[in-house]
Write a protein that binds this ligand. Structure first.
Ligand SMILES: NC(=O)c1ccc[n+]([C@@H]2O[C@H](COP(=O)([O-])OP(=O)(O)OC[C@H]3O[C@@H](n4cnc5c(N)ncnc54)[C@H](OP(=O)(O)O)[C@@H]3O)[C@@H](O)[C@H]2O)c1
Length: 295
């Protein structure tokens, strides 16, 4: 992924994992807002290296941690490596921020929940991860708040930017390649446009008086993957009937996916932050923003 790097004087925001899907957009949008930003990729700052992390964090900045081990299925057989990045890494960042008086915004996930709810998860809902990835992300949340109780953990879900191999880009590509596609209808969540999440993270970075330790940030509303795929088809002028519903049982994966992991946006609104728009509005804009990928 493309990395935009701009440092105007002293960096006010440090973005870790800056070559990732969310990190890239946080950096781009910080530049667009005129916020001094320093972007560090995994090769420039490995967050599992406590010494390097301590050296990188200056006093009085806001660290936005977008670095993570995000291979959900691979984590099932590689939990130790995932724990180093998702558990110990954020702990290193929090410790270093606490030492110099910097703020930390740490991105986490709906996978910290069991994923069997029937109404949206509030931030106070009990955590019970069902996957290795979820366990490692929960370990990160705990490590962050142990070292820096004022840090913000921002849980998000179902993030796409419409490029590469994300779900929206894949549906768009498959539409051009196949007559019909089967998509699971028994997993429900909140599709979240990475650009909207990035804007939300910057809104939080620019709001020093928000004190909530845990926040949920997703586009509003809910959908199944099947409904999301149909919406992609409809929006690009293809017949949504070409998307056919199937069940998760027909597509077993190493890490079980949550059946229902919609995150409530109440915490975000209560914090006085601008709510992220409904998912379908964001999807329409994301599709308009990019030409289809054919490769
Ligand atoms: N994508 C989703 O649907 C989703 C849903 C819920 C929550 N989240 C959370 O959102 C955040 C951002 O995810 P994303 O979608 O932007 O993921 P991503 O595209 O996989 O980006 C993660 C970035 O972290 C970097 N990284 C990995 N190990 C590192 C280390 N030890 N030190 C520093 N950087 C390291 C990766 O670099 P390399 O590529 O070089 O390894 C990559 O650039 C993560 O916390 C993730 O858990 C994502």
């Amino acid at each position: 992924m493309r990395v935009t790097r701009a440092v105007h004087g002293a960096a006010k925001i440090l973005v870790t994992g800056a070559a990732g899907q969310v990190g890239t957009l946080v950096v781009d949008q910080a530049n667009a807002r005129g916020i001094p930003v320093r972007a560090v990729t995994s090769s420039e700052l490995d967050i599992t290296d406590a010494g390097a992390v301590a050296d990188a964090i200056e006093p009085g900045i806001v660290v936005v941690n977008c670095a993570a081990y995000t291979a959900v299925d691979a984590a099932e057989s590689d939990e130790q490596a995932a724990t180093a990045v998702n558990g110990a890494g954020p702990g290193n960042l929090a410790t270093a921020c606490a030492q110099v008086g910097s703020r930390l915004i740490h991105v986490s996930t709906d996978y910290v929940f069991a994923g069997d709810a029937t109404t949206p998860y509030e931030t106070s809902a009990p955590t019970a991860p069902a996957t290795a990835y979820g366990r490692t992300k929960l370990a990160g949340e705990i490590a962050v708040h142990r070292a820096l109780p004022t840090a913000h953990v921002v849980r998000t879900a179902w993030v796409y930017s419409g490029v590469g191999s994300d779900f929206v880009a894949t549906m768009r590509r498959l539409e051009a390649q196949r007559e019909t596609i089967d998509v699971v209808h028994d997993q429900v969540g909140s599709p979240t446009y990475a650009a909207d999440l990035a804007a939300g993270l910057l809104d939080l970075a620019e709001a020093p008086n928000v004190s909530a330790p845990i926040l949920h940030a997703t586009n509003a509303g809910q959908a199944s993957w099947y409904e999301l795929a149909r919406a992609v088809f409809a929006e690009i002028g293809a017949d949504p009937e070409r998307v056919r519903p199937c069940t998760s049982a027909q597509f077993p994966r190493p890490a079980p996916r949550p059946a229902y992991s919609v995150l409530s946006n109440r915490s975000w609104i209560d914090a006085g932050l601008p709510p992220l728009r409904p998912w379908k509005e964001a999807l329409v804009e994301s599709l308009a923003a990019r030409p289809p990928e054919t490769a």
